[in-house]
Design a protein around this ligand. Sequence first.
Ligand SMILES: C=C(O[C@H]1C=CC=C(C(=O)O)[C@@H]1O)C(=O)O
Length: 351
Amino acid sequence: MPEKLQQLTSFFGQWKQQKAFALFRLPGSKEIHLWSGPTLDRDCESEAFFEWVPFHDDTPSFRIDAELQDYWGVEEFRQLCEPITQGFTLHIEEKVEEEGKEEYLKGLQRCLHELNTGVLEKVVFSRRVSLKAKAHPLELFMKALSKYETAFCYWFHHPKAGCWLGASPEILVKSKGEALETFSLAGTQKANGGEAPVWTAKEKREQGLVTQYIQQLLQGKVDDLKLEGPFDARAGQLWHLKTVVRAKTRLKAVDIARSLHPSPAVCGLPKDKAKAFLKEVEGYDRAYYTGYLGPVKTVSADLFVNLRCLEWKPDEVRIYVGGGITSESMPEKEWEETCHKMNTMLELFRD
Ligand SMILES: C=C(O[C@H]1C=CC=C(C(=O)O)[C@@H]1O)C(=O)O
């Protein structure tokens, strides 16, 4: 057996016994990276580490020291992986369309009450669906690579955080030297062939609130703050509204990410009230959905919001989806939006 294949087979053949690891591909890149190593103490840094942060503060964060770093070209990796995933069945119970609808709509009414009485200005209400499924995570990761070329695709495993996979369209903080970039991403429409989306006032406002939040938070802390957009951004079968925010700074990417998180693209406004309200109204634990993750080096960082993701279990997957709610929201439309977002992960189980 060629050495590279042997190494990969032994790593992914017993991945559950491995130390924590992250397998990832940056948006648009043709390289797949594997970082693995011991967990660092909170706030302890190394030359290269993988950051893994939850949504709620009472869930633990993990920072993996990238002691082991390897990378492959996508095609080489695909060929190496074929023998590893061969013989695994890919199966999912597909009847999920109406599951949890009643509960979701009840929660949404409570969101609308908070919004209509002025307690909240925006809230990102979410849900989780558990499905019986069988798949090798590596196979799902490979599918994500080919279906979502412009997303940050990852497979993350930590003995204490579990096994997660995703294809995130949203940069939280990207930095290289002093150059900093972040996204304001919100507003969703299902793609309809090649047609450009027409955005409603509600969608423009929900995205505008995210841009404003980022701008206010960064102003005075960074130099040369510039905004580009909003423009249409495609993510799989969905469209979003996106504004790219650029700046110059000497602050550390991990510190900026910590102060931006959770933005109104995943939480709400006012931030603390929305967070507390979500904990109560959602009735389930978001865990690492809408947290953030990514590789960090001494001179660069690529941190993404953990969206369009699933939690993998041996016979089950849990898919997490949400959407921005404002006083103009129409319940049926918001429900449908979560169904469209769920399709991003369900697609991994289809040919
Ligand atoms: C919270 C999610 O998406 C966010 C990112 C883009 C568009 C969003 C929206 O239109 O509501 C959300 O803010 C999700 O995918 O679960």
